[in-house]
Design a protein around this ligand. Structure first.
Ligand code: NAP
Length: 244
């Protein structure tokens, strides 16, 4: 009998994170929904649990070391290991992060969640992931962090947007963080990849995205459940590899 996999998804109370949790649970994975707000967390757990999914909430603000340590201790005492970590929580920040606007405080706030939050949660969960027979880490990045795209002569994907120092650069950094963890963990058989969900209708963009949360979640779920022969140190969207 194969053991039920245990997954932790950060920022799982809504949007793409919620859909990732839903799809993992539908595959029989026991999913811990990480969320910083108790009411939003409990509402999400109730919604998913109603369909019989094996889910529970876990208090987790990725910028708060105390909640990260407590979450790791809870996973340890309940399961003794972690098989899948999906670092999904992310924020875009406001327009003061525009290049030349001097909004360094906002850039720092975005990095705190999108980059340092991922490092802090990953480091806290690593001892548990090392105990998994098939550890997987998926970082939910974005093609807006692609250096190939942002240096394209035609201005790339977001050509009509102002140049921003926070969100896109934080995703570039997250991609590098992904590569470094992949390098560190290759010998342990823990596969680490970044994914781009595509332009997805969520609160992040006032639901202007053209893809559903379920569509956006699919690539993260695929990498979270990939076999031992799957990739590591990659950056993927539904269509295939994304240029770094
Ligand atoms: P969303 O609906 O706004 O969800 C973001 C999630 O992150 C929420 O659960 C939010 O919790 C959580 N979060 C924010 N700060 C947090 C913190 N400090 N600690 C813990 N959780 C925190 O946005 P989304 O579109 O689903 O975004 C999910 C991921 O996909 C992000 O990393 C985003 O950059 C990426 N992405 C999205 C798109 C898109 O088109 N939507 C495209 C490319 C990449 P609260 O509810 O408590 O705020």
């Amino acid at each position: 009998m194969t053991e039920t996999k245990i997954a932790l998804v950060t920022g799982a109370n809504k949007g793409i994170g919620f859909a990732i949790a839903e799809q993992l649970a539908a595959q029989g994975v026991t999913v811990l929904l990480g969320a910083r707000d108790a009411t939003r967390r409990e509402d999400a757990v109730a919604k998913l649990g109603a369909s019989g999914a094996s889910v529970s909430g876990i208090a987790l603000d990725v910028t708060d070391p105390a909640t990260i340590a407590a979450a790791a201790a809870e996973v340890e005492s309940r399961f003794g290991r972690l098989d899948i970590l999906v670092n999904n929580a992310g924020i875009t920040g406001d327009l003061s992060q525009e290049a030349g606007a001097g909004g360094l405080a906002e850039v720092r706030r975005v990095f705190d969640v999108n980059v340092f939050g991922v490092m802090a949660v990953t480091d806290a969960m690593l001892p548990l992931l090392r105990r998994s027979p098939a550890g997987r880490i998926v970082n939910v990045s974005s093609s807006v962090g692609s250096l190939a795209d942002m240096t394209a002569p035609d201005g790339g994907y977001l050509a009509d947007m102002p140049a921003m120092l926070g969100y896109p650069v934080s995703k570039t950094a997250l991609n590098a963080v992904t590569a470094q963890y992949a390098k560190h963990l290759r010998k342990n058989g823990i596969l680490v990849n970044a994914v781009c969900p595509g332009y997805t209708a969520t609160d992040l963009n006032n639901f202007a995205g053209t893809r559903t949360a379920a569509e956006g979640a699919a690539i993260a779920v695929r990498l979270a459940t990939v076999g031992a022969d799957g990739p590591t140190a990659g950056f993927f969207a539904d269509e295939g590899p994304v240029a770094w």
